[in-house]
Design a protein around this ligand. Structure first.
Ligand code: 25A
Ligand code: L14
Length: 399
């Protein structure tokens, strides 16, 4: 099984052997110089207040590659959920998924499960989102949806928290998480756009197989093993063999001969940046990498931006880590970005064929920033802005 560097290594402190509550009583007792029973009363009052604020979070598609990462992310970021409920298809109902030190039993997703759930993070594919998200919103449960189903719907904000968090204000109950390749690109491009006005973007992606979920990971692993054993590799998931190959075809082809994945980058970038003047053209390529999408990005700006200025701007940008030292052979690599939360930018240099052009190499973990992490950050932003609840529950229900 391919391992993912940095995954599952969150060491838990067990130094005192005390429960968190007991430690709290003792600390308060010491700090406030009060008796143990007074400290106990004080703490139980705080805990009562906290327990009044129930926050129930569902993960839909919890058994998938992204769903499992969502559970891990909720736990590792200490998301203040009082209860986390995993859902998947009937096939997975009753199985268990890891959550922190424990396991949760997967429930079958049905239309009527959303009553009493505050936030449901979906990653179960477009058709599942299309069918179930309106039922969630109608029950007052906010959906943060990772599929492409709702992204271009005018009723749904399309959000990258570092770029356009205010788009969440006035949401209607379904919030869309952008496409993985788009997320990492806009995280890096937004600060450059603010500084110099991006007019044109030419992007080529190098996308990992984990973008297609567990089945993509298995396909690459199986084909490599078959070829290593001099067997004919079976081709099941992608239109061609992916082992030791690059395939310029992700998602379906459209009438203009671009793929849907490429056109997602074109349209989603404009919606997130709220600027139709940003013209994007994309070529999306599947490469035999397990985790981490890489992108070669050429931009043309209205005002001149030197490589040095761009590097300084990106060094300050939220969610971005500049990693760019050619003389030391330091560039962002998919194998280093895997398991990390940042979007890495390197190979920053001026395009010498036009007056105002830059080339960049942008890499991020497609399952984390490209999917699970961005979705959890959206949920965190909803809490920060006090935007829980659905004001008009009829928006997605046809009367
Ligand atoms: O419509 P889209 O937007 O194009 O998205 C299509 C797929 O892309 C993934 C996700 O796959 C989705 O199914 N995806 C979406 N957004 C992504 C993003 N930003 C993204 N990937 C990367 N980045 P996935 O494998 O991650 O998750 C699949 C989960 O969805 C559950 N599910 C499916 N239909 C459902 C449903 N849940 C409720 N109701 C439904 N009708 C699915 O549960 C899984 O949790 P499951 O029980 O069907 O699967 C159980 C286990 O089986 C593995 N598996 C599934 N199919 C295969 C498989 N293993 C091998 N080969 C297969 N063909 C699952 O991974 C899981 O472990
Ligand atoms: O629109 O790499 O989120 O196959 C899900 C599958 C993005 C591409 C989406 C892949 C897609 C991804």
């Amino acid at each position: 099984m391919p391992s993912k560097k940095g995954y599952g290594f969150r060491a838990k402190s067990a130094s005192t052997g005390l429960t968190a509550a007991a430690t709290r009583y003792m600390n308060i007792e010491r700090l406030a110089k009060i008796t143990r029973s007074e400290a106990f009363l004080f703490c139980s009052r705080i805990e009562d207040t906290m327990s009044e604020k129930k926050l129930v979070v569902a993960v839909v598609g919890a058994t998938g590659a992204v769903g499992r990462e969502m559970l891990k992310t909720l736990e590792s970021r200490n998301f203040p959920a009082t209860e986390v409920v995993p859902f998947a298809s009937a096939r997975s109902a009753g199985t268990k998924v890891p959550y922190g030190d424990s396991e949760l039993v997967v429930r079958e997703l049905k239309e009527d499960v959303f009553e009493g759930i505050d936030i449901a993070i979906f990653s179960a594919g477009g058709s599942t989102s299309e069918k179930y998200a309106p039922h969630a919103a109608a029950a007052g449960c906010i959906v943060v949806d990772n599929s492409s189903a709702w992204r271009m719907d005018e009723r749904c904000p399309l959000v990258v928290p570092e770029v356009n968090p205010d788009a969440l204000e006035g949401h209607n109950g379904i919030i869309a998480n952008p496409n993985c390749s788009t997320i990492q690109m806009v995280v890096a491009l937004k600060p450059l756009h603010d500084a110099a006005g991006i007019r044109r973007v030419v992007v080529s992606t190098y996308q990992a197989v984990s973008g297609s979920g567990q089945k993509g990971i298995s396909e690459l692993e199986t084909q490599v093993r078959q070829m290593f054993n001099l067997k004919e590799p079976e081709v099941n998931v992608y239109p061609h063999r992916i082992a030791f190959n690059c395939i310029p075809h992700i998602d379906v082809f459209l009438e203009n001969d671009y793929t849907k994945e490429e056109m997602k980058m074109v349209h989603e970038t404009v919606k997130i940046m709220r600027d139709p003047n940003v013209k994007v053209t994309a070529t999306c390529v599947r490469v035999p990498v397990f985790y981490g999408h890489s992108e070669s990005v050429n931009i043309e700006t209205e005002r001149k931006l030197s490589a040095k200025e761009a590097r300084a701007i990106l060094a300050q940008a939220p969610g971005v880590q500049v990693y760019d030292n050619p003389s030391e052979k330091m560039h962002p690599l998919a194998i280093d970005a895997a398991g990390e939360d940042q979007t890495y930018v390197g190979r920053i240099r001026e395009d010498e064929t036009i007056p105002n052009g830059l080339n960049l190499w942008i890499v991020a973990d497609n399952i984390r920033k490209g999917a699970a992490l961005n979705a959890v950050q959206i949920a965190e932003e909803l809490l920060r802005r006090d935007l829980l609840g659905v004001k008009d529950r009829t928006v997605f229900i046809k009367k």
